[in-house]
Design a binder for this molecule. Sequence first.
Ligand code: APR
Ligand code: PHB
Length: 395
Amino acid sequence: MKTQVAIIGGGPAGLLLSHLLHQAGVDSVVLEHRSRAQVQSRIRAGVLEQGTVDLLRSCGLGDRMDREGHPHDGMQVAWAGQESFFIDVRKHLGKRFMAYGQTQIQEDLHAACDARSARVIHEALDVTLHGVESANPHVTFVHAGQEQRLDCQFIAGCDGFHGVSRKAIPANVLREFEKVYPFGWLGILSETPPLPDIVYANHPRGFALASMRSPTLSRYYLQVPLDTRIEDWPDERFWQELKARYPREIADRIVTGPSIEKSIAPLRSYVAEPMRHGQLFLAGDAAHIVPPTGAKGLNLAVSDVFYLSRALADFYGTGSPFLLDGYSDMALRRVWASVRTSWYLTNLLHRFPDSTAFDQRAQEHELEYLRSSPSAQLALAEQYAGLPFEAPGGA
Ligand code: APR
Ligand code: PHB
């Protein structure tokens, strides 16, 4: 097989890249090691920044999102014993957010692939990258028991944190930055109407988050110790603990019901630099992980893919490698902005098991400052909204 761009991974990053490349007249093949049903069954993020919403609309993937998604304007913060406050991103910046699940985006991407008969190979096993430093790399894999070879000009590593692409960057080139947090999030989905806004809670019992996927689907999270077992958290215990972490007037408005999904995720920040080596370009979780606080992961995958598709389209359109050469630096500017914001929000809103009385006071002071200072609210609004995508020549 032959293509211009071999895309490793058929998650949101890989499929969106193949969609945008197709619209720019660039050919690609996607190699995904799971089945389509397995990819489709993952429940993950669900808050889209305005930039992500605009991009999905402009490339023809916005119809269902506009019908079923839930627009909202900012984030509410509740903290123990104090009046809650709202960071109004719409008021400060004129930008909104859309609650729309990654699960739905993945469905929309699969439907778009079907509509254009895209070459997406599921259950591609043993995917191996060859010659990424040469002008003619290739990828080998096993499909339906047969060894296959895909020749290409570029490889896009969109295979998530545990994928193989990043490992093709030599150890003496790759720089890794990592922070692992001493707790996880226990999350549930329930077919109940959500609160109208996303509400974060900082409470002595730990962090809590009330979020949404649609007007009839809610997503809630609790900070839990890393050794937590799901079996120990029947729905009733979850709801009781959730309500205990919110002020009374908010807790009373939470509508409870049976959960339809329950899972635990650890929290970690990770960035790999550079995001390009030879003909290999990393995008999305293959290059970076953010803790879920702030819901930046999917939005970063979308901005990486936007920059990469623009650079590849420009290369094939004009022959100029200029944008490809700038890809890593440009993508990393936005990545670090969101990595920093999610790290800040994680520190602001969680109770750390090893925190001292000093740390606690400093955190309370920071919350009080945010509550009372319009300038601090504007600064957080700007970061929470996500930076705008850069023009081809830079900011
Ligand atoms: N070969 C082929 N495919 C692979 C391999 C491999 N060796 N390893 C992983 N994959 C596939 C996974 O099965 C998955 O479908 O790559 C895909 C990566 O998808 P995601 O992990 O979803 O990563 P990405 O597409 O970058 O999406 C961005 O945003 O909300 C966040 O973390 C969340 O997944 C989300 C991410
Ligand atoms: C979510 O809905 O999954 C979500 C919302 C906001 C966050 C993190 C996750 O900060």
